[in-house]
Design a protein. Sequence first.
Lengths: 274, 296
Amino acid sequence: MKLAARPVVWLTWGALIFFMLNLIGIVGAVVTNSFAESWFGTWLPNGYTGKWYGEAWRDYRLLDVLVVTFQVAIAVVVISVLIGVPTAYALARRDFPGKKLLNVLFLLPILMPPMTYGIPLATVLYKFQLAGSMFGVIAANLVPAVPFVVLTMTPFIEQIDTKIESAARMCGANTFAIFTRVLAPLLVPGILAASILVLVRTVGMFELTFLTAGPTSQTLVVSLYEAMSSAGIRPQQMVDSMAVIYTASMLVLLVIALRFVNPTQLVTRLKDPA
Amino acid sequence: MTAVTDRASLKHRLAEKGVDRVLWLLVPGAVFVVLLFVYPFLYGLQLSFQPKGGGSPFQNYVTFFQDEYLAETVWITLRLGLPAALFNVLASIPIAFRMRGRFRGKRALTTLLVVPITLGTVLTAEGLLAFFGPTGWFNRIWMALGADEPAKLTHNYWGVLFSLIITGFPFAFLLTLSYLSGIDPTLEQAAATLGASRRQRFRTITMPLLAPGLAVTFCLSFVLAFSVFPSAVMVGNPAGETHVMSIAAYETALRDNDFAMGSAIAMLMALVMLIVIGVVLVWRTTLYRGATGGKG
């Protein structure tokens, strides 16, 4: 009775399963091909090998690329937290003239497609001959990262009781002590969540890195794109195994992220029903 | 003596308006956003009024709208971005609905739905090409079901749309789920005790509370879909059917080295996007915007 009454539910699950099947097919095709000896117009490849991973690792100099990716991502995370958290604190605690304007300025880089400010930014970086360097790539990736930290940290700071800070001041703590000994420990979960999200975004950020990177400052996404668009000389399987390496590393990051961030509480922070 | 009291009172008056030493904390953030966002953007804006070949300051914009190949990119981008964003938002509503409350495997299912974020555009593109390609698994099944010829789903509009749905859906779903979890379930239960049917509860309670959140979700999904670049190149037909604005901007700026024209296209891109978002947000102001009863 109840089953017949709710066709919407069945439709939802059916559509979801269809979507998932296609998704599995899409991912499966790439993973299968990355292990394939050769694969032309048949259901399955006619042999399996792991050699493409080794060749991709050597030919695309993946170790160097991964080191660059790691350096860029860590630099972006550290700098965006150092700039973003104090800003978020001031925005959460004070009401001052011009606050609305500043809020809009911190919202725009997230609302704008990266291409729209990426091209002028790349032009400016080329003008100052910073494009192509690690510095340029880090600077470009900071543009959406800092506002992201500000946006996620502001509600987090707002929910910390100001009385705690007043009490610390009563007991003789100066501003620096309040920050390091009172606020920082309370903010650690929020900072951790924001950092991991920035890390995932930076590793996955294509447009800004693509526009500003040079040969020695490419991150994994960009060199993956370059590998795919200059394919033809090298076998398809190598690009596919590189794509699998990329996805595997993103998956590790995401699983770590989901341990610290509850995805249902991105917008409203409610307590889990007991 | 008076000078000191004057200064003190000025400090006092400023503090009452919220201006005190705490605001120094804003300096790094403000300097950063001005230096790396506002300045490049304004620089691009003025550059777009200095056409490479000289002539009137609006030459780049005139060229854009006179050149059919370029002007068309606006519609191509909207035709991809709007359906993709709309689909992602609409599809996440029923799924997010199923995910409310607590049940076994909820965390696993959420993770599964979010996993496509990790795929990245290149793996998605490779997978779409292999899976939906003429000899791919999809078309093999399609032919086995009795179709006469393989469905053409790659290197055209559909390939890019699929790619946008795969990469955009997790974001839309997470945001919708987040907004939906913020709505107090007791409101719906109260309506149920008054005899409201499932449909009535959805239409008069949940939907009005959810709509503002959906508007924001739509905006963010649209931004993601609107800036489509890599997938339009790889699974689309970048010279024709999926010659989107970001491809045009990139090619003129960095391949043809015409930064002025490239900036002009980027500015137009920002403009089109702001118009769409503006329309959605103006519509949002007509909606209910109070507390949603989340137990925060």
